[in-house]
Ligand binder design. Sequence first.
Ligand code: 9MR
Length: 582
Amino acid sequence: MKKLLLIVVSLLTFSFTFAAEKKKKIEDFDKIEIGTTFKMYNSNGVELDPSVASATVIKDPNYEYGNVLHVKVGNVKSYVEIEMPDNLTASQASSKYEKLKFLIFRPEGQPDRFQGEFSLWFGSAHSTTTTFANINAPVGKEANLTYNINKVSGYGKTIRFGFSVKNVEFYLDDIYFLYTDYGYDYTDPLQTARYHADLIGKNLGVCVSPNQLSETSREGQTIYRNFNMVVGENAMKFDATEPSRNNFNFNAGDQIVNFAMRHDMEVRGHTLAWHSQTSQWVHNGNYSKEEMLAILKNHIFKVVGHWKGKITEWDVVNEVMAENQGRGVGQGYQLRGKGSGQESVWYDRCGEEFIDSAFVWAHQADPDAILYINDYNIGHWDNHYESGKTHAIYNLAKRLKEDGIPIHGVGMQMHTSVEGLNVASIERTVREFEKIGLKCIITELDMAGKNPSGTMEQATQATKYAGLADIICRYDNAPTMVVWGIADNKSWLENSEQTKPLLFDPTLAAKKSYLKVVDTFEKYATAAGVDSEIEEDMEPASKYVDVYNLMGQKVASQMLREDVETLPAGLYIIGGKKVYIR
Ligand code: 9MR
């Protein structure tokens, strides 16, 4: 008799409350004693004498139960100063809050024309000045004004704001910060992309350095809670692993692998044969072709061998394509050659066979590892400056595969821009590789913006990140998307704090881009129905199960099936299926 066993790990009770707009009150003056004065400053931060500019709390002339701030500006552009709530500092407030909103009332007798710039400071740090324009505050009517906040640093505890208009008077009330609360709690696994990616067997990865991996730091936690794959940003490169000939140092890489194992994450190995970050002794040694190949072979056997079974996939060859190719499918490829200014030490001294050999050696060193060739400025198939190089690497990967070389796929680094990325064109490339039986994954994604404060641009970025995640969810030959860094302020890209290329902001709060990626993985996990239950046709005999973690290590032998729910929270493989225990 067949028995239907249901272990419900259904998590339908949670809900996402993304993207609600919230406000934080700064001041409404109602609890401040009438007659209290606030300081006024000029645009150079010099405090003004009350005879030049004043701000006094008065009873609201339009509403008997409330107070307002009566601001009088003389012949100097003047700005009122108000303390922020909760001891907020300039840097905290300006990174969390997006807009300043307040009510203004201009009494009868004021000129109709009210034109100028609006300016805002946090403490003495300048945040925003608008362009000269009509300010929409008609005489005799209450008006709500809203201005964008730009991030500043510093510890100032006040805001200063006002207009570049002289000889005016107005009332201020109901001053608020506005912000978007995405309702994201990173300590709840169900709200993370990782949770959903795990369920559908896809990888969302991030590059890391060992110093980011403390489990007690918010950064370390952000990494393992939100991502299920890591890659060493520098730790496994040639210069890090073999600093002098045949002397290997696996320390930094081991820290990454151990962290990954503690958190059931996969590891990508990056990278074995690359011209850059190859130790000086290789460049300077004046080695013959045979010696160079022997050096590379030894390196690959030692490094891949050291992490055999622990590193799932390797970038075997990195950035070997010459930059400007201008060629189509079937028209060959050009490698980084001598005199091009882009030499590869391996290609120069060994010729193309170093590529074929590197793949063969990596495969011999770990037959289970998935092997990639990786490059930048590839991914867009048609009508794009990347197209020629995309076709060239396609031609090379196809050649390798047809020659029986153990290559499994192509890694598109995708150091790209919000403006330059065309998701449909990337999908076309994934499909083209699928047709020739190769994987095609995203290995070093960052998407820089052009406009330093653009909220619109960040919305577009979110849509494009989600578009790429969507490809990862739909194509079997595209199981992986790795971002090149966690927070916008910590990236190899210059000015990244301004161009905001990544998924988390400098405070490690999830950006809209991350939340859209979560939504995407969740959509496919829900459609696959994998998070609600496991069903098994089991004979009564299999009352006991072995339980494995995601690295395939056994964590419990012959456990009573109904007891699996007592396991510590996490993902397990039970009866060949992923099961989430809350
Ligand atoms: O992000 C890496 C940075 O910390 C290193 O200084 C740099 C040195 O070349 O390498 C960066 O990572 C590169 C990656 O290994 C290969 N593709 C391009 C990446 C960005 O330069």
